[in-house]
Design a protein around this ligand. Structure first.
Ligand SMILES: N[C@@H](CCC(=O)N[C@@H](CS)C(=O)NCC(=O)O)C(=O)O
Length: 185
């Protein structure tokens, strides 16, 4: 099985897939997609991922392409269960799913709202994907307020604990997570 990650080293979303692949020790090839020059909109990449976003993961030479982090995460966890990264017990899995949702909805979307509706380099690119959307300055302001609110909630939750979800501090997995974060994967 030849796994290929379509990646962009400067973008946050493919970094999530990179971390998962590294933590699970999955050998793979990497193809860099240059988002700055708009390579994601070219015919070649559109054929790979019609959503025109990274990450995407091809799971074999002529195999299917997983076109977002949700699919990539689900597939990697099922195909390479060790080490488990989405919780071990049913309750841990629920806890990880809940925090993943909160981090995406309250954190990632708020930051995207703030950044994509303000950065001059993202004019008309307020949302990722094949369709252009104009920036709405009021959304940038709301995004900043949302992310500030989220950071307060996150700091409160993290007070006295090392991990956002599950008490993973004793497990080898968590040590690998700490390493991967400090190494900048
Ligand atoms: N649902 C996707 C979203 C990925 C996404 O938004 N990726 C950004 C990079 S961080 C992208 O490809 N942007 C291309 C663009 O803005 O045109 C996922 O999480 O996998």
């Amino acid at each position: 099985m030849t796994i290929t990650l379509y990646d962009c080293a400067t973008a946050p979303s493919p970094r999530r897939a990179r971390i998962l692949l590294a933590e699970k020790g999955v050998a793979h090839a990497t193809v860099a997609v240059d988002l700055r020059s708009g390579e994601q909109f070219g015919d070649a990449y559109r054929r790979i991922n019609p959503q025109c976003t990274v990450p995407a993961l091809r799971i074999d030479d002529a195999g299917p392409v997983l076109a977002d982090n949700a699919a990539i995460t689900a597939w990697l966890e099922a195909e390479f269960p060790e080490p488990p990264l989405l919780g071990r017990t049913p309750l841990e899995k629920a806890e990880v799913a809940s925090w993943n949702w909160r981090v995406e909805f309250e954190g990632l979307l708020a930051i995207a709202e703030a950044m994509r509706n303000r950065a001059p380099s993202m004019a008309n690119r307020a949302l990722p994907g094949p369709v252009d959307h104009p920036q709405i300055p009021a959304l940038a302001e709301r995004g900043v307020r949302r992310v500030e609110q989220f950071f307060v909630a996150l700091d409160t939750h993290l007070a006295g604990r090392a991990f956002i979800a599950t008490d993973a501090s004793a497990s080898p997995t968590s040590r690998r997570w700490s390493r991967s974060i400090s190494r900048g994967w």
